[in-house]
Every structure is written in structure tokens, then in C-alpha cells.
Write a protein that binds this ligand. Structure first.
Ligand SMILES: *[C@@H]1O[C@H](CO)[C@@H](O)[C@H](O)[C@H]1NC(C)=O
Ligand SMILES: *[C@@H]1O[C@H](CO)[C@@H](O)[C@H](O)[C@H]1NC(C)=O
Ligand SMILES: *[C@@H]1O[C@H](CO)[C@@H](O)[C@H](O)[C@H]1NC(C)=O
Ligand SMILES: *[C@@H]1O[C@H](CO)[C@@H](O)[C@H](O)[C@H]1NC(C)=O
Ligand SMILES: *[C@@H]1O[C@H](CO)[C@@H](O)[C@H](O)[C@H]1NC(C)=O
Ligand SMILES: *[C@@H]1O[C@H](CO)[C@@H](O)[C@H](O)[C@H]1NC(C)=O
Length: 446
């Protein structure tokens, strides 16, 4: 299915934890109480609205209520229907232990996240008291605090390490990731080798070519746009932009004026700007890590604009051939700028960057991550699995880099890894960035 431009136009969690928090708040307001009947039975039906919003009893104690306990399942939509496939087998319960953020990918509660899935007899809940019934316990590492991990676990349960942030921005509220070695069974991250990959988008070849008006150059009058949502960044993408500005025009926009010299533009029609004004759109990631590519790329691809990418990924795996210009294919920022100028000056060359639209389409990952999770939970052939060395998988294999400037006309990138730790002081939680040096290092209990 073709993803609408608008779906990619929203602000995402990668750049807006606050926006996510507000979104979750909105979701919570719409919570509904539901009953979950005895295990083995498949009926889930909506009951009266729960009186307590979930954030008031986040730290519920973990006693499990047996029998036909009342569950609190939360839905964004009170008409969300019970799991379709539920009649075929006992429903699988996915317990979202911590808040999951991520806008259009937000897994609403109840049956909603699994609606339309090939295997859909799953339901999601935030109710900690259901820990003993849960088939999967999903922990968004962004929000995990060690002391708030479930006190109970069953060997048949799958604990899922969930994170959509780049590995270079692993927010740990405890000092060590080591403490989590052996705790998780599955991973659900942007990494392609995750048990459940959560890509921000995907592309596929069309069954048959379609007509597409590729005469785009004629209506373009501006050079490049950059939407800076977070600045400065660990990747130092802003320095590449600053250098690029020496050669070409880059208009920088943001929701606030900031250290990237953004022009605040609350009323801008971003869709129209990308479709009709700008030739290039800088899709520079805030983390230059293996496999980490976000909606920035797909936002560009779903408009009539050429994305200029900067990341740590092999873009050929994430975008159709001939659809983007990868900054890292060039030795220097000047060489990149020269190429952009040449493409902009030649309508034939520029329009060729839209040929792919006849043969390919971009959209959401299929199956959707939550569908994939439900499929795996229903697959009796799935072996037991433990991430004995989560640190090695998440940190050592992350391959994150930072732009360290140009030397002798070459753009240079150095391996990097950074962990943010939190310290509690009174009522305020302070964030402290602790650089672990230039190489990915194993974090130890400090
Ligand atoms: C957990 O809940 C049970 C029953 O409501 C109560 O008896 C018990 O004291 C609680 N435990 C803690 C640690 O709060
Ligand atoms: C719970 O089960 C009992 C008997 O097992 C039944 O009488 C009662 O109606 C059930 N309650 C709900 C809410 O389903
Ligand atoms: C709620 O869900 C129903 C059924 O899936 C759908 O038809 C309706 O548009 C949804 N409403 C909102 C406000 O999302
Ligand atoms: C912002 O503007 C100042 C002054 O023109 C310049 O020195 C600085 O490099 C700019 N910062 C970025 C990130 O472009
Ligand atoms: C424009 O690009 C096309 C395709 O690469 C090339 O054939 C043509 O010679 C170029 N035109 C000019 C004026 O450079
Ligand atoms: C999940 O991991 C735990 C160790 O944390 C292990 O005891 C259990 O067997 C694993 N379960 C599955 C289903 O992989």
C-alpha cells in the first residue's frame, strides 16, 4: 500500500520525546476498560471507561489476579474491535511494560495494533498486573529503569528489547547495559538483524510500471531545504550542513529558532515546499549507525524532491535505485556540492531522479512490526532465544560514527558511542552525557 505523504510528514519520536509524551497523554485520555475472560477463551470486550488513568498506577505491585480478572486494556479508539483471529486460538497477550512512543507507529492498546495483520489474535495492554499472562513483555529501553523491570518472569515468555533510537543515543537510566545481559529474548529495533525489525519505511517494485510525470525540474526555484529538529547532534550533521552552505543555498527550518540557525516556520506547508519549491531535501540522520535510517528519507521519497542522505547505512537496501544522492559517496563536501549544482543545472539529469517512481513504490514495512511480533508469538516453531551478550549486539555491533570534519579534502568519520545516564537529584532528573571515547566500548558497571 502506498503510504500517504502526510504520514511521513509528522514529527517523529526520534526527534521528539516530548511530542511522544503528549501523544501518549492523549491516548490515555481515551482509555477504555475491557474485560479479558479466562485464559483459553477468546472474547475481549469493551467495558466502561476505567476510572484510573494508567499513569497513576504505573508502579502497581506485580501480584497477578487470577481467573477472570478485569484487565485494563487501553485503546485510542473506543470502537476498536476484538482480535479478529482470536477465535482460532487463545489470544496472545503483549504487555507493553514501558511507554512506547512513535506517532504513526504507536501501538495502540487492545486489538488495534494487530488489526489487519495476517495473524491478528494478539492484544496489547499496559496493565502490569497481567505479567503472568503475558506472552511477550515489550520494554522500550528508552524508558526502562532497572528497578522497574518486572519482578516476575516465566520461561515461556518473550522479553522484548525495544528501541527506535540510534544505538549512539542509548538512554540508560542505569549505568550499565551489562545488567541486562541475558534478560531479553527478542529484539525489536531499527537494526535489520533484530528479531522484529522496525524500519521506518520500505520500498518494493511495482507489479507493473505506472505513468509518472517526472518533469519536476521546471517548477523548482529553490535549492535545498533542511528541517533541523534537533541540534546539535552527536552525528554532527549540522557541521556538514554548515560546510555545504559555503557552496550552495540551504534553507534551514525548524519548530523553534535554534543553534542550527533554523528559521522558525510554524505555518509552513512542508508538503508544498518539498513538492514545488526545493530541488533537494537534506535527509541527514542524527545518528550515523549501521541500519539506522528514519522517516527523513521516506519523507523525501514520498515527495517530488531528491533526498540527499547522510547516515551509516547502505541506502541501496532502504531506497529504490536512482532515488537519492548519498553524501557519503563523495570524498568531500565540495565534491557533493559540485554534484548537486550539476544536477540542478541540468533538467534531464535532475528529472531522472524521479524515474524510479514508475517502477517502485515506497511505503510501510510489510509485515508491520506489530504484525510480525504477533506472527512470531503464534509460531510454535520459534526456538527459545536469549541475548546473553546484549552489550555486544547493541553496542559493539552498532557501528556508529560521528562526522569529524575534513582533512586533506576528505570527509572524515570516526567510530563513536555515547551513553546518556540519568541521575536523580531531589525531584529533578538530570541528564548527563558521558562520552565513552572514540571507539564503541563495552560499558561496565561503574
Ligand atoms: C500488592 O497487592 C496486594 C493485594 O492488593 C497487597 O496485599 C500487597 O501488600 C501489595 N504488595 C506491595 C509490595 O505493595
Ligand atoms: C467471573 O467468573 C465467575 C464464575 O467463574 C462468573 O460468575 C462471573 O460473572 C465472571 N465475571 C466476569 C466479569 O466475567
Ligand atoms: C475507530 O475505529 C473504527 C473501526 O476500526 C474506524 O472505523 C473509525 O474511523 C475509528 N475512529 C477514529 C476516531 O479513529
Ligand atoms: C549559524 O550562524 C553562525 C553565524 O552566521 C555561524 O557561525 C554558524 O556556523 C551557523 N551554525 C550552523 C550550525 O550552521
Ligand atoms: C544533461 O544530462 C544529460 C544526461 O546525463 C546529458 O546527456 C546531457 O549532455 C546534459 N546536458 C548538458 C547541457 O550538460
Ligand atoms: C527467555 O529468556 C530467559 C532468560 O532471561 C530464559 O530463561 C527463557 O527460557 C527465555 N524464553 C524463551 C521463550 O526464549
Amino acid at each position: 500500500m502506498e503510504t500517504s505523504k502526510r504520514a511521513f510528514n509528522r514529527f517523529t519520536a526520534t526527534d521528539g520525546a516530548i511530542a511522544s509524551a503528549l501523544f501518549v497523554f492523549a491516548v490515555a485520555i481515551l482509555e477504555v476498560g475491557m474485560h479479558w475472560s479466562n485464559a483459553g477463551s477468546s472474547r475481549v470486550h469493551i467495558d466502561t471507561p476505567a476510572s484510573q488513568p494508567w499513569w497513576k498506577n504505573r508502579h502497581d505491585n506485580h501480584t497477578c489476579r487470577h481467573g477472570n480478572a478485569t484487565l485494563r486494556l487501553f485503546a485510542t479508539n473506543e470502537t476498536a474491535s476484538p482480535p479478529e483471529g482470536a477465535a482460532a486460538g487463545p489470544p496472545k497477550l503483549v504487555l507493553l511494560w514501558t511507554q512506547i512512543s512513535g506517532q504513526e507507529w504507536f501501538p495502540r492498546y487492545g486489538a488495534a495494533p494487530f488489526a489487519g495483520c495476517r495473524v491478528s489474535n494478539c492484544a496489547a495492554t499496559r496493565d502490569h498486573s497481567l505479567i503472568k499472562r503475558a506472552d511477550a513483555v515489550v520494554m522500550n529501553f528508552f524508558n526502562v529503569q532497572r528497578h522497574s523491570l518486572p519482578a516476575y518472569y516465566s520461561p515461556r515468555q518473550r522479553w522484548v528489547f525495544y528501541l527506535r533510537e540510534p544505538a549512539s543515543h542509548t538512554y540508560l537510566k542505569v549505568r550499565s547495559l551489562r545488567g541486562f545481559d541475558g534478560a531479553f529474548n527478542w529484539t525489536m529495533t531499527y537494526r535489520l538483524d533484530s528479531d522484529v525489525p522496525t524500519a521506518y519505511g520500505a520500498f518494493r517494485r511495482r507489479a507493473a510500471a505506472v505513468d509518472y510525470d517526472t518533469d519536476v525540474a521546471r517548477r523548482k526555484s529553490k535549492f535545498a531545504a533542511w528541517f533541523a529538529t534537533r541540534c546539535p547532534t552527536k552525528s554532527r550533521r549540522e557541521e556538514v550542513v554548515a560546510e555545504l552552505r559555503q557552496y550552495v543555498d540551504v534553507d534551514t527550518y525548524g519548530r523553534a529558532e535554534g543553534r542550527c540557525n533554523q528559521t522558525r516556520c510554524d505555518d509552513c506547508d512542508w508538503d508544498a515546499m518539498l513538492d514545488d519549491d526545493y530541488r533537494f531535501y537534506l535527509a541527514f540522520e542524527n545518528g550515523l549507525c549501521r541500519d539506522y535510517v528514519t522517516e527523513k528519507l521516506y519523507r523525501g521519497l514520498t515527495h517530488d524532491v531528491v533526498p540527499v542522505t547522510l547516515g551509516g547505512v547502505d541506502y541501496a537496501r532502504h531506497a529504490p535505485p536512482g532515488s537519492y544522492i548519498d553524501a557519503r559517496d563523495f570524498d568531500s563536501v565540495k565534491a557533493l556540492a559540485d554534484h548537486l549544482l550539476a544536477v540542478a543545472a541540468n533538467e534531464t539529469l535532475y528529472n531522472a531522479y524521479f524515474d524510479w517512481k514508475r517502477r517502485y513504490v515506497v511505503g510501510e514495512q510489510k509485515p508491520a512490526p506489530w504484525c510480525r511480533l504477533c506472527e512470531k508469538l503464534n509460531d510454535d516453531g520459534e526456538p527459545a532465544k536469549i541475548y546473553e551478550d546484549l552489550t555486544r549486539w547493541w553496542v559493539d555491533d552498532a557501528r556508529c560514527e560521528t562526522y569529524v570534519g575534513e582533512q586533506d579534502g576528505h570527509m572524515n568519520f570516526a567510530p563513536t558511542f555515547e551513553v546518556f545516564t540519568y541521575s536523580k537529584k531531589g525531584h529533578r532528573t538530570r541528564r548527563r552525557a558521558a562520552s565513552l571515547g572514540d571507539r564503541p566500548v563495552r560499558m561496565s558497571e561503574a
